[in-house]
Design a protein around this ligand. Sequence first.
Ligand code: HT7
Ligand code: ZN
Length: 855
Amino acid sequence: PPVIRREDYRKPDWLMPDVFLDFALDPARALVTGRLDVTRNGAHNRPLRLHGDGLVPLKVLIDGEAQADAWRMDGPDLVIDLPGDAHVVETQVAISPEANSQLMGLYASGGNLCSQCEPEGFRRMVFFLDRPDVLSRYRVRMDADKARFPVLLSNGDLTGSGDLEHGRHWAEWTDPFPKPSYLFALVAANLSANVDHFTTKSGREVKLAIWVVESDLPKTGHAMAALKASMAWDEKVYGLEYDLGEYNIVAVHDFNFGAMENKSLNIFNSRYILADPDTATDIDYDGVSGVVAHEYFHNWSGNRVTCRDWFQLSLKEGFTVFRDQCFTADQGSAAVKRIEDVRLLRAAQFQEDAGPLAHPIRPESYMEVSNFYTATVYNKGAEVVRMLHTMLGPQKFRAGSDLYFARHDGTAATCEDFVVAMEDASGVDLSQFRLWYSQAGTPRVRATLSHEPAGGRALLTLEQTVPPTPGQPEKKPMPLPLRIALFGERSQRKFEEERLVVLDGERCEILFEGIAERPVLSINRGFSAPVVIDSDRSAADLAFLSAHDDDPFARYEAMQQLMVDTLTGAVATGQADHGPVIDAVRNTLTDPKLDASFIGETMLLPSEAFIGDQMAVVDPVAIHKAREALRRDLGQALEGEWRDAYERTRANRFELSPQAKGARRLRSIALGFIMASGASDGPEIALRQFHDADNMTDRQGAFGALANSMAPERDAAIAAFYERFRDNGLVLDKWFSTQAFSIRPDTLDRVEELSQHPDFTLANPNRLRSLVGAMSGNQLIFHDASGRGYRFLADMLLKVDGLNPQTAAKLVPPLGRWRRFDEGRAGLMKAQLQRLLDTPGLSKDMFEQVSKSLG
Ligand code: HT7
Ligand code: ZN
C-alpha cells in the first residue's frame, strides 16, 4: 500500500462550499445522491477527484447533464474534467448498510442504521472530497420506512419532515456550520429519547436528547448529567458555549471505537452511555462521563476548529483528552484521576513508544490513518498540552487557547497553529518545545542528589536521554518541566516551596541552600512531564515519601517505585525482602487522614506488564510468581488490616458519591488480598459479596477475585453471572473478559472454549475485545511458552480481518513486542506475525501493523 507523507500535503484543488445529500434508506440497498457545488481552488487545470471506496456510480451529472466522456474511474475514485471554475456535480450510488461489516460508512446495528465517517468512512457512502480541510455547509434529506425507522436524524437543525406514500416518511436537516465530511452523521432508527435542556451562558436554549432502545432509557441519567456538567464546565473554564439549538446522542451496540463527535449528532458505543447500578461498575460510570465530556468538548476543539490533515490528529485529540481529564479532575478527586491517567499512559503509551510502532504525536507518514488513533496521539498528546499548561501557567494558557479559537474558528488548523497561538498569547518562546511534536520515544531522566551537610547545600544533577525509535536514531534534548521538592528526612518537612525546573539540555545542576538535614528528593510531582525517572532513592526514601510527601501523586509514585524495585529485584535474584513494602502499605492503609479511593489506588500492585517493561528480557512466569508472592505476603502480614478495611467499607445501599466509590474500590482490593492470603474463608466471603451485592462494582470485584481462584465457588459464580445477565450484551462482555483475564493455569483452554460459545461473535467489536483483547493483555496466559496464546490471537485476527480490518489491526500490537522476550517466545511471536503477513488478501490496516511489527 502507498505511504502517505506529511510533507506531501497540498491544499485541495477544489472546494465544495455547499452540498446536498439525499438518502433513500433501506438496510439492504440504500440509494445515495450527492449534489456538490464545487469551485476551483487557485489557478490550475487539474480535474476534480472525488474519493470513493467500493462505490460504483449509477449516475454522474455535470451541471445537470450526463457527460459520459468527462468522467472516469481511477481505482476507487471518480475523476471529472471540469472546464469552468464553478460547477454542480451530482452522483448517485447504491450501498448496502446491512452488508457493511467494517462499521465504517453507513451500517446497520441492532436493526437501526447509523454512520461512522471519521477518518475516511464518508467515501463509502458517496463520491466526495473526503478530506478534513474541505469544509461544506450540508443540507441532508432522507426517507425511510416509518414503522421501522421512526427517528431520522442528521447534523444541525431539522428543517422539514413529512409522510410519504407506501408507509415511508422523510426528514431534512440543515447544518449552518461548515464542516469536513468526517463530522457528518446520519441515523435512521427505532429509538426513544431521554430529553432535557440546557441554557447557555448567553441564554440559548438547547434541547438535549439521548437516543436508546426504550427499555434502556432508565440507564441514560448519568450520561445526561455528564453532558450538562460538561457544557457548564466548558463555559466556565474555557469560555466556550454550545452553538446550536439541539444536541443529540445516539447509542449503538456495534461500534469500532468509544464514540464519535459528529456535529450536534454524537454516535456512541452504548458502553459509554448506558449505566445503572445493577449493570455498570464505578469504572463504567467514569467511562460514561469521561467520554460524554470528551465528545462534547470536541464541539470546539475539533469541530469549530478542525484539523487540516490527519497528521494533525493530536491537535484535536490531545487537546480534547487534556480537556476531559481536567473536567473529570474538577468533578471528583484530582489526585486519583491523575494517578489513573498516568497508569493508562504507562500501560499503553510508554509501551507503544518503546516498540516497533513508536511514532511522534504528529506522525510523519502512514499507510492507513485508522492505525494512528493511538495512545501516543491521544494520551501523550494530552501530556504535551498539559506541559504547556504547566510551563505557561493557567492564565497564559487560557489566553493562548482563546487566541487559538478566535484565530482559527471555522477553519482546518495545524499543531503548529496551536503552538503559535500559545506562543503569541504568552510571549514564551516555544521553539524547542516543538520537538514534542516531532520526536517519538519516552525521555529518561537520571536524577542524582548529593548533600553537603556542613554547607547546608544539596546539589541535584539531572541528565536526560531520549531513546532511538524506528526512523529516528538520533534525538535532541527536549524541554522537560519537572516539579521538584526536597523533604527533610528527620523533620518530615518540605524545604522551601516546590520548584518548576525545565530541563532543556542534556544535563543541568540545581543548587538548594539551607538544607541542614539529609534531604529526600520528590521529583516529577504530579507527573509534570511524561518521562521515566531513574534515581538512586533507597527503599527507605521511597517509604518515607509514600508516607510524607504532600503531593498525592508523588506519594502514590513512591509506593509504586518501592513495589517495582522490590519485584524487579525478586525476579533478578530469586530473593525478596517484602518487609519495606509491607510496612509502607500498612502505613497508608491505616492512615486516617487518607480517603479510601486514594488508599485503594496506592495499594494496587504494579501490573505484570509494567514490571516487564522495566526488564531487559521479560520473563512472564518469574514476574507472575514474584508478584503473586508479594500479594500473598501482603495478604498474610496485613490480614487483620485488610479484614478491617473490608468491614469498614461495607455500605448499606448504593450511592455514587466519591466517598462511596472509594469505599467500594478499597473493599474489592481488600477482598483480593484476603483471598491472596490463602485464608480458608476467602472464597466464601467473595461468593457472599457476589450474591449480596446491590451494585455491579461489588459484584464484579467478587467475580474477578473468584475467577482467579481454584475454589468451587468460582464455577458457581460463573454460572450465576451468566444466568442473570445473559440478555445484557454489555454485562456479558464482562463475563467474557473476566474469565480471559484469569490467572488460572487452564485459562487458555477456557478462552478457546469461550470462542465457541453461542454468545461469542467476531462481528461485534466490544465482544471481540472482551475475549481476544483481554486474553492478549493477560501476560502470563498470552505468553504461555507453548505459543498457544500467540496462535489463538493470530487465528482470530485472520478471521476478523475479512470482516472488520480496523478493529483487527488494533489487536496486533501485543505480538509486536517480541523483541522484549526470550528467544523461544520471540520466535513464536514472529512466526505468527509472519503467518499473518503471508496471508493473501490481508487488509491495508493489518499489513501496516504486521509489517512494522516484524520490523
Ligand atoms: N474522533 C473519534 C474517532 C473515532 C474513530 C476513529 C477510527 C475509527 C472509528 C472511529 N470512531 C470514532 C473519537 C474521539 O476521539 O472522540
Ligand atoms: Zn476525540
